[in-house]
Design a protein around this ligand. Structure first.
Ligand code: SF4
Ligand code: SF4
Length: 464
């Protein structure tokens, strides 16, 4: 069925696997995005994306402006980091990172003047070559804002042997509680759609699909009013987690399977989040790089759950304070949503490019007893729930027993860490946690093996 500017409502088919947790979006769905003042000190990590972290490009005592590059890297899979305030660099030091561990971070004392770097100028993407658009996207420090934080310019530069025929704009926002993308689709619809057109030009794609879950009818209606290009199709998807996962979306929308170990480009597709598209437009229109993002601050213990536009480097504590603080002590604070988010041990961690949400859960909500030893009653629910057609119970068991060959044979690296298996398990096995551990161990073993091979090669060259 086609409606208006091309809404295809006939594709609400059920995804393979998946679950339907309570979405709890009512806490913030009607809360317009409000800009938050940056605190007196911002702490901006130099690790903000997948790939090579940045090295500092400023020193203690330097004056910086909004948009000044404070970190960069020569590596292709990387993106520069910019200051979100004007002020003075107070130091560069390791700081707790919301994705885990510590990262060197640039600490800037905010002078409250928000002076912009005068070199930042708008760009007319319509008159630019695709290569120049990609370069500009890199200079903007753009990464995937859906949470994955993969450098966008890399996604927009697939090798020639993998031509892109379709761009998918991901507005599914299937994680419970989060409404940042929903508000962007409602309040910044034109920018979202223009960002999609910029992406289409950058990758040379003749068509695009905007995908939105059917629990967001207002966003679908707004998009339908704005989309005028016949090359862009708007599709509603049945609400089911993890509908918004890249590979799930591609299968559901196009019937294409990304091969094991492959990427969307291997089936002619690039997937970008609606927040990324809006941020790209904002850069081309204003010249201001990625220095702030929308964060849903929510959960039953937050006094005023909100969608905040937060300067990067703002502490979680300051963002929570801007929402009236906690009503009671939270049992757990998570970066992102409850399914794929990361639990935090301190609120001093800063908002980074990948922070889609700050979720504070009460004792009752966070109560989840994990058994000391995983017990499997072989009910098969985790297998049924897995959208990637994996056998989660075996993957968890092999990770637990460190049987790496077996885990590899069952494609452990194809796990998208959606957590559906753990959510459905009646014996509360920490399945996804064990799988994550297994994937990390395999990556570590692979890196060690590669290092040994390089050392052997170097020793052979010296000997020969
Ligand atoms: S095995 Fe991975 S992909 Fe499958 S349900 Fe569990 S977390 Fe999701
Ligand atoms: S859901 Fe839990 S109990 Fe059931 S098969 Fe999977 S791991 Fe075993």
């Amino acid at each position: 069925m086609r409606i208006g500017a091309g809404i295809n409502a006939g594709l609400r088919k059920r995804i393979r696997g998946g679950v339907h947790p309570p979405d709890n979006k009512h806490l913030t769905a009607d809360k317009p995005i409000i800009r938050m003042e940056a605190p007196e000190l911002v702490t901006i990590p130099l690790r903000q994306h997948i790939g090579a972290p940045c090295s500092p490009r400023v020193d203690k005592g330097d004056r910086v402006l909004v948009g000044t590059v404070i970190g960069d890297s020569e590596a292709f899979v990387s993106a520069p980091v910019h200051s979100s305030v004007s002020g003075t660099v107070r130091g560069i030091a390791p700081h707790p990172h919301p994705a885990g561990g510590e990262s060197p971070a640039v600490i800037i004392e905010n002078d409250g003047r928000y002076e912009r770097d005068p070199s930042l100028q708008p760009l007319e993407w319509e008159n630019m070559e695709p290569e120049d658009i990609r370069r500009a996207v890199r200079e903007a420090g753009m990464v995937g804002l859906g949470g994955a934080a993969f450098p966008t310019h890399v996604k927009l530069a697939p090798p020639k042997e993998f031509p892109i025929d379709t761009v998918i704009l991901n507005g599914a926002e299937c994680e419970p509680f989060l409404t940042a993308d929903y508000r962007l689709m409602l309040e910044h619809t034109e920018e979202v759609v223009e960002g999609l057109r910029i992406i289409m030009k950058a990758v040379g794609a003749p068509r695009a699909i905007i995908a939105v879950e059917d629990n967001k009818p207002l966003a679908v209606r707004r998009l339908a009013e704005v989309v005028r290009d016949p090359a862009i199709e708007l599709r509603t998807l049945r609400t089911r987690y993890p509908q918004g996962a890249e590979k799930v979306l591609i299968t559901n929308l196009l019937g294409r399977e990304v091969p094991s170990g492959g990427l969307p480009m291997h089936v002619g597709v690039v997937v970008n989040n609606v927040g990324t598209a809006r941020a790209i437009t904002s850069y081309f229109r204003t010249g201001l790089p990625l220095v702030e993002r929308v964060v849903t601050v929510t959960g039953s213990v937050i006094r005023e759950p909100s969608n905040l536009l937060v300067p990067l480097g703002t502490s979680f504590a300051a963002a929570v304070e801007a929402c009236g603080g906690f009503m009671s002590h939270p049992a757990k604070v998570i970066m992102g949503g409850p399914m794929m988010g990361l639990a935090q041990y301190t609120l001093e961690v800063p908002v980074v490019k990948g922070t889609s949400g700050i979720l504070a859960l009460s004792d009752e909500e966070a109560a989840y007893e994990i058994p000391r030893e995983p017990v499997c009653i072989r009910c098969g629910r985790c297998v049924e729930a897995c959208p990637m057609n994996l056998v989660p119970t075996y993957l968890a068991a092999f990770s637990h027993r460190e049987k790496w060959d077996e885990a590899r044979r069952l494609n452990i690296n194809d796990c998208i860490e959606c957590g559906c298996c753990t959510y459905t398990c009646p014996t509360r096995n920490p399945i996804v946690q064990l799988i994550k551990f297994g994937k990390a161990e395999l990556a570590r073993l692979k890196a060690a093996e590669e290092r040994r091979a390089r050392e052997r090669e170097a020793a052979g060259q010296q000997g020969g």
